[in-house]
Design a protein around this ligand. Sequence first.
Ligand SMILES: [Mn+2]
Length: 232
Amino acid sequence: MTYVMSDLHGEYEKYLQMLEKIKFSEQDTLFILGDVCDRGEHPIEILFDMMNRPNVYPIMGNHDWIALYLLEKLTTEITEESISHLSFEEMQDMLAWIDDGGNTTVAGFQKLSHEDQENVLDYLKEFSLWECIDVGEKTFILIHAGLGNFRKNKKLTQYTPEELLLTRQSPNVRYFDDDTIYIITGHTPTYFLSGKSEIYQNCNNICIDCGACFEGGRLACLCLDTMEEFYI
Ligand SMILES: [Mn+2]
């Protein structure tokens, strides 16, 4: 079976509970649509679990992207000295990121050996900006946030990271004429779309960020073979 989840945001316990709930095995495939990092307490633990599973495919989220960019600047150790090497703009980025949930990622990263820090950075660099997969009769485009500056004939390779990671999908607009093509996104908690923390589907858009790291939110998982929904 092929599954998708998104916006784990450090919720390691919910992630493990979900893998158990779907009875995730080596024969299955899981795509994680970004924002593993930040907010919840254990983003680094999730990254290590993911990197040890060859059948888990990570897609980049805006939080993972900024984490990679800023953790690389800090590399070996986050000391006052390494922070003082940052430019004013980098320092501003750092403070904004920490304020936006990056504190838990920094805290976990700081505890790692130099080798494991390099492993985390190498793994984040492997995250894809998008995936496009066929399951049964359907084609699924998997991205974190949306198809920014959308044009029907624009190839996925022509989208910039900013367009894919920061532009919110319009969930009530049909993007492609071919109704076997679905776009799956995270990034926007579905509570803001429907008032409910459950997977939102309309016009071949499927929004799966059910706000796992927020009060009242849930971690969602969708099986693309059966379209069955799972929640923690
Ligand atoms: Mn996001």
